[in-house]
Design a protein around this ligand. Structure first.
Ligand SMILES: [Fe+2]
Length: 259
């Protein structure tokens, strides 16, 4: 089965687990729907299985995990990367809340993501307003804080037909040394009527060690254009691609993939 690429969320959660005849304590440094990075002084072996107990909303949640990697510093155990086996529903709901809190600018575990919108071209900037808009070159004064600029689906795991029409569907394919990101809006085709159509798709590529934000926009101005686009990335092997689709009638919708 193809593993789903998801962004890890920085965390600061206490956890404990029973291994080597004793209860060990650890600290979850980051998490996703699929796994955790746990800082701990005792590293169980690769493929070891155990329950990780974490405190969520004053409830102890037992999460079955399997060790995927061990991080050592000078041969001493520092952390383990674990995969979650059948993540419990309560945990998935917790991760979903964290993701949307981060997007909507609510503080979670010290991490804050703010949204700013360009009043000229409606491009959305994350964290801070840019000196000049990367799409229309307007100055920083054109940007306004807009915590609700991106729509949130009611249930991230059971999208409605309406939400499937608006949230970009991203497929990343590595071909001939390039990364090709195929984007369609959405998983179910959105209509292109005069009063309800996708006007543009904005791409954001982020990776360590790039000095300039990589941002691109594909615009659609008539019903003959299908709301889809392919972005080809050159000289990259990994990173995070964030995509926002803009519907004239129903606002902005976001999807993100880590590759
Ligand atoms: Fe729409």
């Amino acid at each position: 089965m193809k593993k789903r690429a998801v962004e890890r969320i920085p965390a600061d959660l206490k956890a404990d687990f029973f291994w080597s005849d004793k209860v060990n304590t650890g600290q979850i440094l980051d998490l996703s729907e699929n796994g955790f990075l746990v800082k701990t002084e005792l590293c169980p072996a690769i493929k070891a299985k155990f329950d990780l107990n974490i405190n969520l909303n004053n409830d102890i949640l037992k999460i079955p995990v399997k060790v995927r990697r061990v991080v050592k510093k000078d041969t001493i155990c520092d952390a383990v990367g674990v995969e979650i086996i059948n993540p419990p529903r309560e945990y998935l709901e917790y991760v979903e809340t964290l993701r949307w809190d981060r997007i909507k600018g609510i503080k979670t575990n010290g991490q804050l993501i703010k949204l700013y919108v360009c009043s000229v071209c409606h491009h959305i900037a994350f964290d801070h307003a840019p000196v000049n808009c990367p799409i229309c070159s307007s100055t920083i004064e054109s940007f306004e804080k807009a915590p609700d600029a991106i729509k949130k689906p009611d249930n991230f795991y059971e999208l409605s037909e309406f939400e499937k029409k608006h949230i970009p569907a991203i497929k990343v394919v590595k071909e001939n040394g390039y990364i090709n990101a195929h984007v369609t809006v959405g998983e179910i085709d959105h209509e292109m009527n005069i009063d309800d159509h996708i006007t543009y798709i904005d791409f954001y590529y982020n990776a360590p060690f790039i000095h300039k934000k990589c941002i691109s926009r594909m615009s659609f101005n008539c019903e003959k254009m299908h709301p889809s686009a392919t972005l080809r990335l050159d000289n990259v092997s990994q990173g995070v691609l964030t995509v926002i689709s803009n519907c004239t009638a129903h606002g902005n919708w976001l999807a993100k993939v880590t590759f």
